[in-house]
Design a protein around this ligand. Structure first.
Ligand code: TTP
Ligand code: CA
Length: 359
């Protein structure tokens, strides 16, 4: 079987970093996002500057303020964080077809068959330049190791765990780093004298399976760096697009129309490949002087047929955009996408996001 390439991206101090980005005066300051200490609020997350004082997520704001008297509290702006989350997913879309968001600020990407390291670096760089935020990126051959890797050098980390390195990486780690081990399981393992992954690997496996059942089996696999869970493609993209910056600016309508036709074919193929259909076609034109124009048409029906996409797009180029200047970039995008199982939009279940044990 071909070796998988999995990337795990986890944003650093997500809500707090967004607040620092949006309010530059908060940069490098200890801040907490959450409820006011006067109103018995709770900390959702804290900037790394605040963590140095021991401020943590889920801590009473009052306690946080005691630990760090200069702590600045910012209210939660969920809408804003969701907006950033969507933008991050749009970056991921440029690199992976198979994306599994785990929460508002982390996701797995299956990039098997591609250059995972290059992709990981590009994603990290784009999150920095386009959104002004830092992410920690982990790359390995399965989900568990990729997540472990992203956590390893947090914040702003970039860690690759190769097949050869996996064992050396795992053995010295405390058992709480195993997927699914929260305080309760950690305690039970301790009773058996198991503190580190090394202890678990060396323990009598039958006893572990007797005691923990199916979970014990899973723990032993994780402890050996084995994890065959697939990245579940849960992300529903809202658009698919193709665009090109031409080598030389173009003023020949035939070339633009030809490019439009080629793009329409590619987009129809990409829709059909995933069993999707779209209703809206958008054309983006950037002229030689960098002026940028977009036009959209919503068709009467959902389609995955290239001629229909092409007809809409070429109609907009010929009749709805004044082509008096040379064209530097042309892009065609389809949106308003219908999924085969008639999607309910993937709403972020904010409460459900943090229930995973052993993070
Ligand atoms: P995390 O990824 O757990 O934490 P983080 O991004 O703030 O910090 P880091 O990953 O660098 O350790 O959670 C993502 C966001 O989810 C976090 O910014 C705020 C929110 N959150 C809560 O609202 N309550 C919580 O108890 C936790 C853990 C997170
Ligand atoms: Ca995070």
């Amino acid at each position: 079987m071909k070796e998988k390439q999995i990337i795990h991206v986890d944003m650093d101090a997500f809500y707090a970093s967004i607040e620092q980005k949006d309010h530059p005066e908060l940069k490098n300051k200890p801040i907490a996002v959450g409820g006011d200490p006067k109103r018995r609020g709770v900390v959702c997350t804290a900037s790394y500057e605040a963590r140095r004082y021991g401020v943590r997520a889920a801590m009473a704001s009052k306690k946080a303020q005691m630990l760090c008297p200069n702590l600045i509290f910012m209210p939660v702006r969920m809408e804003r964080y969701m907006e950033v989350s969507r933008k991050i997913l749009e970056i991921f879309e440029d690199y992976a077809e198979c994306i599994e968001p785990l929460s508002i600020d982390e996701a797995f990407l299956d990039v098997t068959g591609k250059d995972g390291i290059k992709i990981g670096r590009e994603i990290k760089e784009r999150i920095k330049t386009e959104l002004g935020l830092t992410a920690s990126v982990g790359i390995s051959q399965n989900k568990y190791l990729a997540k472990l890797a992203s956590d390893y050098q947090k914040p702003n980390g970039f860690t690759i765990i190769t097949k050869e390195e996996a064992e050396g990486f795992l053995l010295p780690l405390p058992v709480r780093k195993l997927w699914g081990v929260g305080p309760k399981t950690e305690n039970e393992l301790r009773k058996l004298g198991i503190y580190y992954i090394r202890d678990l690997v060396n323990y009598d496996q039958n006893i572990i399976i007797d005691r923990f059942g199916k979970k014990g089996f899973e723990l032993l696999n994780f402890a050996k760096g084995k994890d065959d869970r697939a990245v579940e493609n849960k992300h529903r993209r809202k658009s698919i697009g193709e665009e090109t910056t031409f080598e030389t600016d173009i003023d020949d309508m035939n070339i633009l129309i030809q490019y439009t036709e080629d793009c329409s074919k590619i987009l129809a193929y990409r829709l059909r490949e995933k069993g999707l259909q779209a209703r809206t076609v958008t054309v983006k034109v950037k002229f030689e002087d960098f002026e940028c124009i977009t036009r959209s048409t919503t068709m009467p029906n959902f389609t995955d047929i290239y001629q229909e996409i092409y007809l809409s797009a070429s109609n907009m180029i010929q009749n709805k955009i004044n082509m008096i200047k040379k064209v530097r970039l042309l892009g065609i995008q389809v949106s308003n996408i219908r999924y085969p199982d008639e999607p309910v939009q993937l709403l972020m279940d904010v409460e459900g996001l943090f229930k995973g044990e052993g993070k």
